[in-house]
Design a protein around this ligand. Structure first.
Ligand code: NDP
Length: 246
């Protein structure tokens, strides 16, 4: 699998979980990968070492997605390091859950900054470098389509914003041959949503396939969207959720 040979990918939030699996997969498929993190320096450096040990090229950059200048700087650094940019993956995300009566407004601002504003900022910065065949891939959530519990209103709102953003960006960038897509996972076993967590059994009961997804399953789909074969797919949101919203 070398379909991304010669490509350069920037993964916003790639130190752990789904983002780390995407970094590993895109590197395995031939791309040079820049991944950002805010806290998990050790995990990010270990991932870079693993990619390099497997013969790939990677760099980890500390850049808080709540900080626009940090994102812009990380994208510039990626282009300086690898000479170009072909694929932007916006994966960084946070989950704050509380009943609306108790929802903390700092959590509202942080959710919007990381889950939504960072996607606009990174897309704008990346658009200056992407060429024909370029890709923007957002990681949304099945919760944009179905939020079956209380407490998740703000998270669902943040992921719903990506549905519209993806459509509009596809219109802005389509004339330049750049596609924009939104991947909407269901429950995936990560530190954000562990398969052993208190919600796991309740979530499985809502699904057509009563199991958690693996980060690698999301990464495989992202790799396909990044490939030349997916060049006619744009402006779309794609559920990959075990039938959570079926
Ligand atoms: P994790 O919490 O396991 O990992 C989150 C990743 O994002 C880490 O690499 C983290 O790095 C990075 N990140 C978080 N905040 C920031 C920030 N401010 N700046 C830079 N990087 C940041 O989450 P998942 O892997 O589970 O989730 C990844 C994405 O998938 C999110 O957008 C999430 O909403 C979405 N998703 C997850 C689902 C699930 O069930 N797991 C289901 C549907 C969607 P660091 O530790 O360095 O901050």
């Amino acid at each position: 699998p070398t379909s991304l040979h010669g490509k350069v990918a920037f993964i916003q939030g790639g130190s752990r979980g789904i983002g780390a699996a995407i970094a590993q997969r895109l590197a395995r498929d031939g791309a040079a990968v820049a991944l950002t993190y805010s806290q998990s320096a050790q995990a990010a450096e270990a991932l870079v070492s693993a990619i390099e040990a497997a013969g790939g090229r990677a760099v980890a950059i500390k850049a808080d997605s709540a900080n626009a200048e940090a994102i812009q700087g990380a994208i510039s650094q990626t282009v300086e390091t690898f000479g170009r940019l072909d694929i932007l993956v916006n994966n960084a995300g946070v989950l704050a859950i509380a009943p609306i009566e108790e929802f903390n407004l700092d959590d509202l601002d942080r959710t919007l900054a990381i889950n939504v504003r960072s996607v606009v900022v990174a897309s704008q910065a990346a658009a200056r470098h992407l060429g024909d065949g370029g890709r923007i891939i957002n990681i949304g959530s099945t919760n944009a389509e179905r939020m079956p519990f209380g407490g998740g209103a703000v998270y669902a709102m943040s992921k719903s914003a990506l549905v519209g953003l993806t459509k509009g960006l596809a219109r802005d960038l389509g004339p330049r041959g750049i596609t924009v897509n939104n991947v909407q996972p269901g429950p995936v076993d990560t530190e954000m949503n562990p398969d052993s967590g208190e919600f796991a059994d309740a979530l499985k009961q809502l699904m057509a396939l009563p199991r958690y997804g693996k980060a690698e399953e999301i990464a495989a789909f992202v790799s396909f969207l990044a490939s030349a074969e997916a060049g006619y797919i744009t402006g779309a949101s794609h559920l990959i959720d075990g039938g959570f919203s079926a």
